[in-house]
Structures are given as structure tokens and as C-alpha cells.
Design a protein around this ligand. Structure first.
Ligand code: LLP
Length: 420
């Protein structure tokens, strides 16, 4: 359930007609629902009931908008960050430093220093050389870095290869077989305090089996580590639970089923569990509203050319991802079309041979499930301005990121003195 529903024949975000937002802000425009964000947080929390004080650290990469982060911070979420930029945004939005975990294979010394100065809760370290660097940075600052080691469990996640992370050939984590040695290495390094183990095998997972297999391996490792004398206080189980994109496909496992599996897989671990959901919290809390520029007859199906493009919503182009597309004011007539953007690449295609609401030039369409990895992955390709973002709450809406002016884009480039 989300809060983008038809009322009197027009798609609304909560109590606000999407057409009113499009008229006020222009298109394309991302629209997020506060009520849906809050609902997803509540559903996930409920799914984890019975666990002892779990930390839910929202994966900021999914949607780093400041107003979205502030909404989630007020709902009590922590943050999983992967860059100094995400760390700055999380702190600015009011996430408590101790509720921030820092993931990623390429943390720089500067980013480590920034995170140590902020007093974050945990670094999820992904390699031996990263341990050495963090030790040096912490020691130089006279502080101790709280560390979990991310292990690569060598489990196939069964999702798109570009978003699988837990296979032995993926760049993430320390290979399972070297984990024990890596923990021994940490114990010998100054400036580091071992806190736990972390794992994340991929995103948009539609089967709990691979997750349970990975958690099983983590449980076995925790026992081995404790037997070797290490103190394991936390276990970070990452994110990855899939969400429904295509209403015609079976829905992924529910958060409740995920929670049940977690309780089963982690029984007796005696560690504080950390979760890093991204997509689950925000994906269906957002839509991308776009206007049809024109409809062009192709050799076969018509091309519906909309004013959003692959630079605004990359997922279909990059992962062949499905996003439902609906008319904002549907007439009830349906048609089979190709939906494309204005960018000069064939890859700028949102849907091929899609049977959807019939639309004409000037009509508005909504791309569903566009709250995660959508605005956050946008670019200015073809010198298109980044799409603005709007947050709705009840009958109110606010622009929470402005559309940059073309002038500001032009002026961002600086001529060298020999061309000035
Ligand atoms: N934790 C770590 C360490 C991660 O790498 C990720 C996502 C998450 C948590 C959150 O995963 P989620 O709960 O959102 O599945 N751009 C792709 C998704 C990339 C995911 C990268 N890592 C897409 O649009 O499908």
C-alpha cells in the first residue's frame, strides 16, 4: 500500500493532486509521500519485533534528499553511508552519529577522519589494507575506531548481476575464509576496537533463501570468532529485501516474512542486529511525474515521448528495470506503446511494447516505485537540468530540491585564461 491513489479520476499524492504539483513546479518532478515513508518505517520495525533493540540504518544511497532523510531521522532511523558526502547529509538531516555505519570498499583517509571526528557508530571495513589505513588515521587522531568486518559469504543472491554483492568474485567484503585471520589482524592493530561482523549480498532480492544462507554463515563465523577470544557485539545484516515493481509479477517476500527468517537465523547470536534497508523504505514512497511531449508513430507501436529521460531515471536503461507507468488522469482506454525520453540514445527507453493507459501530447504520466535509486542516480546528461523533488505531507507539499537553472549549469564551467 502506498499513498499514490486515484481520487475522482486523478492520481494524488496523499491529498494533493499530482497535476497541481506538475503545474506549480513543472515536469519532470519527483514526488515523495511522507505518509508512505512513515508507513514503511513502521512496517519494517514491526517486522523486527522481538529483536533486542535493532538499529535500522537507512541506506542513504537509495534517496539522499535532505527532507527525506530528516523525515526518516525523526522516525528514529540511523543511516548507512558510503561516502563523506552521504555522511554530511545524514548528520545535517539530524541522524545521531552513533546510529551511523560507514560501508564501502573505497573509504579514503579524509573520509575516515571525517567520520571519526563525527563520532559515528561503526565502520564496516571491507579489506585488510583498509584496516591498516583506519588504524593509522585513528591513531594519528588519538581515538579508537569502532570496527565491524564485512565478510563476503560467497552466496549467490539471485538478483541482477550488477546489484549482486555477495559472490566470491564481487569486490565486496573480506573472503569468508580469511575472516578469522582478519579479526586477528585487527586485534593486533592500535586504534581499532572490534565490534562485529557485517554482510550484504545484494539488492532487490526476491527470495529469502540466499539471505538465510548468508546469515547462517555469519552465525557460524560469530561462534568461531568468540571461540578465538573476539568480542562480537554487533551483527550488521545489510539491506536488500526487494519491493514490488511490476504488479503482474509475484510480490517479493513481505517484511514480516523477512523478520521471521531473521529471528530464526539469528536465534542465540546474542548480538545487536543492524539493518541497512534502502529500497524497502523509499522505493514505493516516490513517483516521477512527467509530461508527454508528443506521440510519434513508429513502424510498429507508437512512441510516447515524455519529458523525463534516462538521465532522470536510469534504472530501466541500466538494469532493464521495470517501472509501472500510469496516466495521472486515466481515461480507461489502454494502448500498447513504447515509452521513451528525449535523450539521443536508444537506451533512453522506459518501456517497450507496454500496454498502459492511453495518453496524448500534454498528458501527465507517473512512473511508479521511483523513490529509490532514481533521483539519487540522476545526471545532467544531454545538459538536462537535474529533476526537482517535492515532499508531500497530507494536503501540503514543498519543493525539497529546486530545479537548477540552465544558466547555473552553463556558468559552472570555467574557461581557462587562454580562452577567456
Ligand atoms: N547496505 C549496503 C552495504 C549496500 O551496498 C546497499 C545497496 C544497501 C545496504 C541497501 O540495499 P537495498 O535495501 O536498497 O536493497 N542502484 C541499484 C541498487 C544498488 C544497491 C547498492 N547497494 C538499483 O537501482 O537497483
Amino acid at each position: 500500500m502506498d499513498n499514490f491513489q486515484l481520487r475522482d479520476g486523478a492520481l494524488h499524492a496523499e491529498d494533493v493532486p499530482l497535476a497541481a504539483i506538475a503545474d506549480a513546479v513543472g515536469t519532470p518532478v519527483y514526488v515523495y509521500s511522507t505518509a508512505t515513508l512513515a508507513r514503511h518505517v513502521a512496517v519494517f520495525r514491526e517486522a523486527l519485533a522481538g529483536l533486542d533493540d535493532p538499529l535500522i540504518a537507512f541506506a542513504v544511497k537509495a534517496n539522499p534528499n535532505g527532507a527525506v532523510l530528516a523525515t526518516l531521522a525523526r522516525a528514529g532511523l540511523g543511516a548507512d553511508v558510503v561516502s563523506g558526502g552521504e555522511l554530511a547529509r545524514a548528520l545535517h538531516a539530524g541522524v545521531r552519529p552513533q546510529d551511523i555505519v560507514f560501508s564501502g570498499v573505497g573509504k579514503t583517509a579524509e573520509e575516515m577522519a571525517q567520520a571519526l571526528d563525527a563520532g559515528i557508530g561503526q565502520f564496516n571495513v571491507e579489506s585488510e589494507p583498509e584496516l591498516d589505513m583506519l588504524s593509522a588515521v585513528a591513531t594519528a587522531r588519538g581515538v579508537t575506531a569502532p570496527v565491524a568486518i564485512r565478510v563476503n559469504p560467497d552466496v549467490l543472491a539471485g538478483t541482477h548481476s550488477k546489484i549482486s554483492t555477495g559472490g566470491a568474485d564481487n569486490k565486496f567484503g573480506i573472503p569468508y575464509d580469511r575472516a578469522l585471520a582478519a579479526f586477528a589482524h585487527v586485534a593486533a592493530l592500535p586504534g581499532l576496537e572490534v565490534r562485529g561482523v557485517a554482510v550484504h549480498i545484494g539488492s532487490q532480492l526476491t527470495d529469502l533463501g540466499p539471505l538465510e544462507a548468508a546469515f547462517g554463515r555469519v552465525g557460524a563465523l560469530i561462534a568461531e570468532l568468540r571461540a578465538a577470544g573476539h568480542r562480537i557485539a554487533t551483527a550488521d545484516l545489510g539491506g536488500g529485501l526487494g519491493v514490488p515493481y511490476d504488479p503482474a509479477k509475484p510480490a517479493p517476500p513481505s517484511p514480516a516474512a523477512y523478520g521471521e527468517m531473521v529471528r530464526r537465523a539469528t536465534a542465540g547470536w546474542d548480538a545487536r542486529l543492524i539493518f541497512e534497508p534502502g529500497r524497502l523504505i523509499v522505493a514505493n514512497a516516490g513517483v516521477l511525474v512527467s509530461r508527454v511531449i508528443r506521440v510519434k508513430q513508429g513502424a510498429n507501436a507508437p512512441f510516447v515521448i515524455v519529458d523525463a529521460a534516462m538521465n532522470d531515471l536510469l534504472r530501466p536503461s541500466l538494469y532493464d528495470a521495470y517501472h509501472a507507468i500510469e496516466a495521472v488522469e486515466p481515461t480507461g482506454r489502454r494502448e500498447t506503446v513504447n515509452v521513451v525520453g528525449p535523450v539521443c540514445e536508444t537506451g533512453d527507453t522506459f518501456a517497450t511494447a507496454r500496454t498502459m493507459d492511453q495518453v496524448a501530447a500534454g498528458d501527465l504520466v507517473a512512473f511508479r516505485t521511483a523513490g529509490a535509486y532514481a533521483a539519487s542516480m540522476s545526471s545532467t546528461y544531454n545538459s538536462r537540468a537535474l529533476t526537482p523533488e517535492v515532499l508531500v505531507s497530507g494536503d501540503r507539499f514543498a519543493v525539497v530540491r529546486e530545479r537548477p537553472s540552465i544558466r547555473s549549469m552553463v556558468e559552472a564551467d570555467v574557461l581557462p585564461d587562454w580562452l577567456a
